[in-house]
Design a protein. Sequence first.
Length: 169
Amino acid sequence: MNLVLCGMMGAGKTTIGIKIAELTGRRWYDTDGVIVDKHGKISDIFEYYGEAHFRKLETEVIKELSKMDNLIISTGGGLVLKSENNVLLKENGKIVFLRASFETLSKRLIVDGTRPLLQSSTENIGDRLARLMKERTPVYEHVADYIVDVDNKTPEEIAKEIVMITDEK
């Protein structure tokens, strides 16, 4: 059974995925990292091929990873918006939504100039983030087997909480 982390960009999916892997000895994969390794920088993929192509690449990665077992998978922020991806992930996994407040995400993302979805808009970053949260949060909540709030917690605390709740069930 795989453990899948979903949530908004900046919620800590990568950092927490690594911590969980360290705690459990399981292999960790970051879907964005796999795409970068195979296809190059995400910002370049968005610029030259568009978001739809990037989403196809995400599905290809999920098709591969969902066939494996006992993984920790950190997903890109938009990956679970595609129902096909969720079906694949749930066949052999439990999904944990890392829920972060607007304030937490704003602090983390305002200094990060590498997020294509925040950079490719005429909206300011705060407005864009608020709109993405409004669109995505209901989907994250719907697909999640577990919801973990990340505000005011260290990555270690969050990782231990996830290991504890997912081992109980």
